[in-house]
Design a protein around this ligand. Structure first.
Ligand code: C5P
Length: 240
C-alpha cells in the first residue's frame, strides 16, 4: 500500500490518502496543544510515543474483541487505519474525579467516583467543545439513539479492558476520551487514538501524573512521562 497526498491536518495528526480507498495513513505529529489550542509547543518524540502507545492499546482491544479503525502500525510515527466519518462527539469516561469534572462539580481531584460515568462533549473548536446532553445530541442529529447507546456500551467495555490492563502496569486510569466513526457501510467503530494525550494516567502508588496534564500544568517533561507509560506497556524505549 502506498501513501498518497495529505487529506487533512489536525492538531496532533496528519491524514493521507492511500492506494486503498478504505484505508488512510495517519502520521502522529510532535505538536502539543492544550486549552483549545491556546497553549502550543513542539515536543520532539511525542508523535512516536503516542503512535506506539496507541498502537499497543488498539491491539489490546482487538485481542479482547473490541474492534476499532486500527489496521496496523507502519512506522515509529505512523499507522494505517480504516477510513471513517467521525461522529462529532468526544466521549469521556471517568473513574476518578479530575479535570473539568472537578472544576464543574467541586468533587475533589483524586476522589474515586461511586461508579464509572460517561459524558458527551460536542466536538466543535469554535464553541470550545461544550458538555452536552443526549437530548442535545438528538435534536442536533449528531448521532442516532441507537448509535449513542452502542457508543455508551462500547465506552464502558473499553474502560473495563483498559482499567484492568493498566492496573497490572501499576497505573490508574483516571479518565479518557474516545471518538467514534462510521465506515462507508455505516458500521460504527472506535476511532482516533488512545494515548497519554487523551487519557489521564497516574502512577498507582505516587499518583504522579503520566499524561498530558504534565504539559497543561507545566509539571515537567512530557516525553519523560509518556516514556514511562510506553515502558510499562512493554514498548521500546525512545531514543532522545
Ligand atoms: O478536561 P476534561 O477533564 O474534561 O478531560 C477528560 C479526559 O478527556 C482527559 O483524559 C483529557 O485528556 C481527555 N480530553 C481529550 N481531548 C479533549 C478534551 C479532553 O483527550 N479535547
Amino acid at each position: 500500500m502506498e501513501k498518497l497526498e495529505q487529506l487533512y491536518e489536525g492538531k496532533a495528526k496528519r491524514i493521507y490518502r492511500t492506494t486503498d480507498e478504505e484505508v488512510v495513513w495517519v502520521s502522529y505529529k510532535d505538536s502539543a496543544t492544550a486549552f483549545n489550542g491556546e497553549k502550543k509547543a513542539e515536543i520532539a518524540g511525542k508523535g512516536r510515543l503516542n503512535n506506539e502507545i496507541s498502537s499497543i492499546l488498539f491491539e489490546l482491544l482487538k485481542e479482547k474483541g473490541i474492534d476499532s479503525h486500527f489496521v496496523k502500525r507502519v512506522s515509529e510515527t505512523e499507522q494505517l487505519v480504516k477510513k471513517v466519518t467521525i461522529i462529532p462527539l468526544e466521549v469521556v469516561v471517568r473513574n476518578i474525579a479530575a479535570g473539568s469534572l472537578s472544576k464543574r462539580t467541586g468533587i475533589p481531584e483524586g476522589q474515586i467516583l461511586p461508579r464509572t460515568i460517561v459524558e458527551f462533549y460536542y466536538k466543535n473548536d469554535d464553541l470550545g467543545d461544550p458538555l452536552i446532553t443526549e437530548e442535545h445530541i438528538d435534536i442536533m442529529n449528531l448521532a442516532t439513539r441507537e448509535q449513542l447507546s452502542q457508543i455508551s456500551e462500547h465506552a464502558i467495555q473499553i474502560n473495563e479492558v483498559l482499567t484492568s490492563y493498566f492496573v497490572q502496569k501499576n497505573v490508574k486510569l483516571v479518565d479518557f476520551k474516545l471518538e467514534f466513526g462510521t465506515d462507508a457501510n455505516g458500521n460504527l467503530m472506535l476511532a482516533d487514538e488512545i494515548s497519554p494525550d487523551t487519557c489521564r494516567l497516574w502512577d498507582a502508588e505516587t499518583n504522579e501524573k503520566l499524561d498530558k496534564d504534565v504539559f497543561r500544568r507545566g509539571l515537567g517533561s512530557l516525553t519523560d512521562a509518556y516514556e514511562k507509560i510506553l515502558q510499562r506497556l512493554g514498548g521500546l524505549s525512545c531514543t532522545k
